[in-house]
Design a protein around this ligand. Sequence first.
Ligand SMILES: NC(=O)c1ccc[n+]([C@@H]2O[C@H](COP(=O)([O-])OP(=O)(O)OC[C@H]3O[C@@H](n4cnc5c(N)ncnc54)[C@H](OP(=O)(O)O)[C@@H]3O)[C@@H](O)[C@H]2O)c1
Length: 321
Amino acid sequence: MERTMKAVVLTQPTEAKDVKLAQWPVPEVKPGWVLVKVHAFGMNHSEQILRLHEIQADYIQKPIIPGIECVGEIADPSDSHLEKGQKVIAMMGGMGRSFHGSYAEYALLPIHHVFAVQSDLKWEELAAIPETYFTAWGSLFECLQLRPEDTLLIRGATCALGYAAMQIARAYGCRVVATTHKQEKLALIKEADESVLDDGRLTGKVQGITKALDLVGPKNLKDTLTAVAHGGIVCHTGILGGVYTLNGFDPIKDIPNGVYLTGFFSNAPSRQVVEDMFRFFNEKNLVPVSGAVFDFAQISDALIAQDTGSINGKIVVKMTD
Ligand SMILES: NC(=O)c1ccc[n+]([C@@H]2O[C@H](COP(=O)([O-])OP(=O)(O)OC[C@H]3O[C@@H](n4cnc5c(N)ncnc54)[C@H](OP(=O)(O)O)[C@@H]3O)[C@@H](O)[C@H]2O)c1
């Protein structure tokens, strides 16, 4: 008899209030893919875009179970090296877009995007990590080549990624200057060594910046480039400013001499980075930052919270035990 599970199954643009859990077949394993029993998942802006608009695009499989990341345990290892019951995190690689994702009790996932982890964190704590902390880690270490002696500017710090980057950089020993574009949100970044209200111009307002993580993006990128010190590196990772590309960008004039520009894209998570990240977490006893935890049965409330922007930080959804 076919086994079924609870899942969010979308076929068309769907408002948060209309999202319900459906009964759906538990996927059958196939070579190269493992079955993960999902214990919790973090929610992402890209899933919101998919649910509200992008689902209409031809390249999105329909019906689709959304969700680009999750944490859980191996329910069926198929032909992989993993063992049943192994604690894993999974992310990206087409999850929730070209094949079914994590808004379900089980997910069939390609082995290259499933990573074994050692962690004593609770499922809902672990679920704040995969996509957000992988992106923060890659931006800080692969792109910005962060060193403990750096002064790091995080532009647009009042988002899940900003809080994660701030936590990692501070634990690493850096001085952190964090910005928000809202006066009332300054209190949310008080863990930073310096919190700054961003009115669109930071040049001259912040000093001694050796590395900059820009989460606002092209809207203010030219100003970020002139706000860092000579020899500084700017990593463009976020697009919170709502401007996605930079027309009329003149690299000769817009990138100051001796300043470096790079960008990070989280599409290809690697085992090495996941291992480095968890070693750091375990050594420093860090508990990842999240904004709110919802039960899977309350998925509609979690999505409403996402759409209304009422939660500061990562929204996590936990499966009912
Ligand atoms: N490069 C990659 O591979 C990658 C991977 C993951 C995420 N990202 C990007 O990184 C950014 C952060 O992602 P996230 O998941 O951490 O976001 P999130 O937690 O969903 O945060 C969104 C919040 O950021 C706040 N925000 C802060 N500064 C802002 C500004 N200047 N303009 C507009 N909103 C601002 C907004 O709240 P307030 O307006 O109330 O402050 C908004 O509610 C996004 O642009 C996302 O697309 C990139």
